[in-house]
Design a protein around this ligand. Sequence first.
Ligand SMILES: [Zn+2]
Length: 174
Amino acid sequence: MSLLHIITVPDPVLKQTAHSIENISAQIKQQAADMIETMYEAPGIGLAANQVGVLNRMFVMDTNYRKEKTSRNPIVMINPEIIWKSEDLSVMEEGCLSIPQQYADVERPKSVRVKYINLNGEIVEFVGEDLASHCIQHELDHLNGILFIDYLSRLKRNMILRKVEKMKKDGIIL
Ligand SMILES: [Zn+2]
């Protein structure tokens, strides 16, 4: 396994749409393992392929990681699709490894049902609530070139982008 470089804004790869994965090759399995390792090392609770410069529809997540660092239960979602969203909404503060050290409240459906393919090639359905719901939607957005700051006002978004730009210039982040 190897750590991957996490791409940060305003890299255009973060605005691109990722393509479906046709078969679970050895290369795809390696990508998943590397993304999992990179997510834990960051540390983060989710990481999408675009963020490591690969434009295929895969993300990894482990929303329990923050609570219990010793037990790791990563989920790899390939070609994920949200097939149901609750009418109930929830507001949570979100952050993103591609937008370092910036956080903002985002409103999203409180629960979602997602259908995806796992590393064994099986079709799986999973219901995520609260943090898991936000995480699934946030990561799936990445595969469609959407960032959480796209839900904010232009003023707030530009403020965040300027802060990241300054941190890069000052060498605080790469
Ligand atoms: Zn993100």
